[in-house]
Write a protein that binds this ligand. Structure first.
Ligand SMILES: [Zn+2]
Length: 123
């Protein structure tokens, strides 16, 4: 994800996943973030079309994994705890992939700080 203002990567995946990206929580929920290089306020404009292929591929991969690995594992009666750990582990892995896809394929646009504060005043 490039920053439209300075043409540097606007943030890292780590920063995306574990920080508020330089904005307040409510701004973050509205899709705002700040560029890690130049501090420009950005907004997620849309996701690239590839995100749908990514999500579809992920769903198929999960299904195959479930059929090949999880189902035989559960049928082998490995015990409730092992089953739970495997389930939670695999769900966590897939959720991470999903979040990674959202990060990778989002497209940001520059937000004029004035227009945003004007928007806030009218809201
Ligand atoms: Zn920037």
């Amino acid at each position: 994800m490039q920053c439209p203002s300075c043409n540097q990567p606007a943030n890292t995946f780590f920063r995306f996943a574990f920080t508020r990206e330089g904005v307040t929580i409510s701004e973050g929920l509205k899709g705002y973030l700040r560029c890690q290089h130049c501090g420009t306020l950005l907004r997620i404009a849309r996701f690239r079309k590839q995100v749908w292929y990514f999500v579809a591929a992920l769903a198929i991969a999960f299904f195959i994994f479930h059929e090949i690995v999880l189902k035989p594992l559960f049928q082998a009666k490995v015990g409730v705890r092992t089953t739970m750990v495997c389930w939670i582990g695999s769900v966590l892995v897939w959720v991470s992939f999903y979040i990674f896809g959202l990060w990778k394929y989002r497209v940001v646009e520059k937000v004029e700080e004035e227009s945003k504060s004007a928007e806030k005043a009218t809201a």
